[in-house]
Ligand binder design. Structure first.
Ligand code: ANZ
Length: 855
């Protein structure tokens, strides 16, 4: 059935409606207080993760999530909601800067060009964004407020009692240094991933196998003075407050794992012959009797003190050797364990045993206390280490019956542990911790894997810090002087040292006789930490977001509140969401926003693979360009196909034949209304479309479709909604006469998916049937489902393949020929017998059987 039919005129229809929407500002959204705003309507805020406008333009992965949110938004509008559905650009970042280094062209110019291309491509897809709310993170009117929020962090500390941010101005009687040490934005000397090739520090996530993810340059560890954000202060809330969010379990688990809450105890071990303790962090205090040695991180401050003369050369050599390694390399499980004895000895507080103290790189200075007690019988890394260095191994936990592992790490029963013998692990932990607490030898603690956020980059194309330095001390740029705009530079190249490129702009750096500007810039994550708030009130130049608008759109009275639906890729499942939640909570604590969380419901769309089932990439040559698809089949077909490929959250391969399939469906919809004479290029309005009373069978399929499409949009099951519309179109195609009321209602259902063709057909109908309510369709209410039309009897039909019975299916008693055929072909058992064969014919005996003939 592959006869080539003439395309319906999408190339005329689509630009026409896009112009109409633009001219009439059809999708403009009003804020509380705007003339014409209707406060009686409920609100709905639908947000896409805004794109980085790369030089390559849009790829087919972008429209997947964007089409889903577009359909959802259009449906909500038709249900009478005030819908906020904005779009903008996350445009600071390395590629524009690297391009500037190569060509000398200012990043602002390339960014503008890329934004224009992206915008045009998105408009060409007919999305219902309110373009009046477009924002760009590199716009000074935007990053002025990014800098302002940074200053809120800078001027706040975490009050331990309430676990909330408070202004540092409330801290009484502290020295300047003490205040600085408590700020949520602070300066620290930290070990960083320094990439000489890119001339910048990188986040751990930006380093793969010791090389930069961008460019593949070697990365080394070195200490550097850096701006840090105290996200660890919020670790507990970032875990606990996930609870009420409508996010997938997978994403919640990702966030929890990343934050890495771990309950245990700190235990003090006295160093022999020294008035000092080594404090270790352990999650298994019940194994204290099995500690046969201790390990300090090589950087631990006690190492020098406890190392004996005989061991000092070996210790020094070892420290030099591991100095350059990243945490990732040091803790890799597979790696051969290394370490040296310090010669020092510590005393086990539970039994007075003398145990040797080693240093080894598998213990990290940045976690817990930077020191451990080693229990080789029950910890794998300790076990490997003890085996290698012939240290004793003593079993203190008996596994539940049956286990014969050499190193048992699970829960069991304590043995060889006088204080807790016979107790199950949980109880043993509690008892031993209490015992330690009574004697001031230890205490219960909670540790988090999460580290403070290294917030500075040595780059040009980012937000400058609104910070001044004077006599070695920092202070905020006065708010009235925001934004701090980056200087114009001739030369964007990194300086080759840790000095950022902004340091080259001497006039800019020099703020006054005494004060100089901070020359680091913020990381690319900064702008996306709060953009969803700016969309709410994007042109406000006295506040980062107006209070009324914020309360309305973010849902001040809902729990947990926030953006109602947020859709984007899983690559942002951890960091972006964590960072944005952190900023939001600080703003909440300070009274600037009204909800505790930014994103109430989150959905991640699945990756679209190439036609070959591989990840799309330039090097594989399997990248599909949406521009080509739009040129050949139209935007409505691209949108429809992206939703028809499969469940939104699933990974799925692209298929050009699939696009042709949905394009044929839209062609069939067009022909429900039109006939073409083969000679001329005209489409004539079909004489079969008439203003008649619909038959019960037509009302039935119509209302089934209303019900299914509405419910499927709400549950984001767009693919099955489309299948239902296909069934509808098939049935109506077969009808002798097509009632105009049924067709008009159907166009409402198709409208969110394929807005151009549906608007056009509706306009054509209105011109012929003056009783219809005038469009545009997108502004008319969603059709009412009426149960009475779908009350139905069912019947069972036999399905044969080449005359052999293969399945029985249940269909509605008055299913027409087309519905029978569609249902029979949809049977999984039938598909098995059709695999690899060609469909030749379908024979239907009404009310009894369908015989599918294949060869
Ligand atoms: C003794 C012990 C016995 C341990 C046992 C485990 C099992 P999580 O769950 O990841 O928090 N540890 C503590 N600080 C460390 C550091 N700075 N570098 C490397 N390892 C460190 O792991 C906590 C456990 O990891 C702690 O509990 C400690 O080993 C180790 F049968 O203490 B345990």
């Amino acid at each position: 059935m592959s006869e080539k039919r003439r395309q319906y005129p999408f190339d005329i229809i689509e630009p026409k409606w896009q112009r109409y929407w633009e001219e009439h500002k059809t999708y403009r959204t009003l804020n509380p207080g705007d003339p014409g705003f209707d406060p009686a309507r409920p609100k709905y805020y639908v947000l896409d993760m805004f794109p980085y406008p790369s030089g390559d333009g849009l790829h087919v992965g972008h429209p997947e999530g964007y089409t889903a949110t577009d359909i959802f938004s259009r449906h909500k509008r038709k249900l009478g909601f005030n819908v906020l559905h904005p779009m903008g650009w996350d445009a600071f970042g390395l590629p524009a800067e690297q391009y500037a280094i190569k060509t000398g062209q200012h990043p602002r110019i390339t960014t503008e060009r890329n934004v224009e291309r992206f915008r045009a491509q998105l408009k060409r897809l007919g999305f219902c964004y309110d373009w009046d709310r477009e924002i760009n993170t590199t716009d000074p009117a935007y990053f002025r407020w990014t800098q302002w929020i940074f200053l809120q962090l800078y001027n706040s500390y975490l009050d331990e009692e309430t676990k909330t941010a408070r202004p540092v101005a409330e801290l009484q009687g502290l020295s300047r240094e003490q205040v600085d040490a408590r700020r949520l934005a602070y300066v620290a000397e930290v070990q960083v991933n320094w990439c000489p090739g890119l001339g910048t520090v990188l986040a751990n996530e930006e380093v793969v196998d010791g090389k930069s993810e961008v460019g593949g340059f070697p990365v080394e560890r070195r200490p550097l003075r850096q701006w840090m954000l105290r996200i660890t202060a919020y670790a507990e809330r970032l875990i606990d407050e996930l609870e009420d969010l409508e996010w997938s379990d997978g994403i919640k688990r990702h966030q929890r794992d990343w934050i890495g809450r771990s309950e245990g105890a700190e235990v003090n071990f006295r160093v022999e012959n020294l008035d000092r303790d080594i404090t270790v962090f352990t999650t298994r205090p019940d194994t204290l009797f099995g500690a046969t040695y201790m390990v300090l991180a090589p950087e631990h401050p006690l190492v020098d003190t406890i190392t004996t003369g005989a061991q000092s050369d070996a210790v020094e050599a070892y420290r030099r050797e591991v100095g350059g390694k990243s945490d990732m390399d040091r803790t890799a499980l597979a790696k051969v364990k290394t370490g040296v004895a310090t010669g020092g000895v510590a005393i086990n507080p539970v039994n007075g045993e003398r145990i040797p103290v080693w240093i080894a790189d598998y213990v990290l200075i940045s976690y817990g206390t930077g020191a451990i007690m080693a229990v080789p019988a029950h910890d794998e890394r300790d076990h490997e280490f003890a085996t290698q260095f012939h240290l004793p191994i003593r079993q203190v936990v008996e596994p539940p019956s049956g286990s014969t592992e050499k190193c048992f790490t699970g829960n069991g029963t304590s043995i060889n542990s006088p204080l807790i013998d016979g107790l199950p692990t949980q109880e043993a932990k509690r008892k031993i911790t209490a015992w330690l607490e009574e004697r001031a030898l230890g205490r219960k603690t909670i540790n988090y894997k999460l580290r403070d956020w290294l917030f500075a980059r040595q780059r040009y194309w980012g937000e400058p810090f609104p910070i001044l330095w004077e006599n070695g001390a920092h202070r905020a740029v006065p708010e009235s002087e925001l934004p701090v705009v980056p200087p114009a530079l001739e030369d964007y190249k990194p300086t080759g040292t840790a000095e950022p490129p902004l340091a080259k702009a001497l006039d800019w750096v020099r703020y006054s006789e005494e004060a100089a500007r901070e020359t680091n810039t913020m990381p690319q994550w900064a702008g996306s930490c709060w953009y969803y708030l700016r969309f709410v009130d994007p042109r406000n130049d006295t506040r980062f977001v107006g209070a009324d608008a914020e309360r309305y759109w973010m849902g001040a009275n809902q729990k947990p509140g926030g953006v109602d639906l947020y859709v984007g890729g899983t690559e942002h499942a951890v960091l972006h969401l964590l960072y944005a939640r952190f900023w939001h909570k600080v703003l909440y604590d300070l009274g600037y926003v009204s909800t505790m969380e930014p994103f109430q419901k989150l959905v991640n769309q699945g990756l679209i693979l190439g036609e070959d089932g591989q990840k799309m990439s330039k090097s594989r040559g399997n990248v599909v360009n949406p521009d080509h698809v739009v040129a050949e089949y139209g935007a409505d077909s691209l949108r429809l196909f992206e939703m028809f490929m499969g469940p939104l959250e699933q990974v799925k391969p692209w298929s050009t034949r699939g696009v042709e399939g949905v394009n044929r469906f839209l062609g069939r919809v067009w022909r429900l209304f039109h006939e073409s004479d083969e000679e001329s290029t005209n489409w004539n309005f079909s004489s079969r479309v008439q203003d008649i009373e619909p038959a019960p069978s037509h009302l039935k399929i119509l209302h089934e479709t209303i019900r299914k499409v509405g419910a499927d949009i709400e549950s984001l099951s767009f693919n099955t909604a489309i299948s239902q519309m296909m069934i509808f179109a098939n049935e109506l195609t077969a009808a002798e006469v097509r009632p105009v009321s049924v067709l008009a209602t159907f166009l409402h259902l198709l409208n969110p998916f394929s807005p151009h063709i549906s608007e056009e057909l509706y306009e054509i109908l209105c011109a012929r049937f003056p009783n219809l309510r005038r469009g545009p369709l997108s502004e008319l209410p969603w059709p009412q489902f009426e149960q009475k039309y779908v009350l139905e009897d069912t019947m069972e039909i036999v399905v044969q393949v080449n005359g052999k019975m293969r399945d029985r299916i249940v269909v509605s008693a008055d299913a027409g020929v087309e519905a029978l055929k569609t249902a029979a072909l949809a049977s999984g058992r039938v598909a098995e017998h059709m695999a690899g064969k060609q469909l030749k014919n379908v024979i239907i005996v009404p009310k009894r059987l369908v015989n599918i003939v294949v060869r």
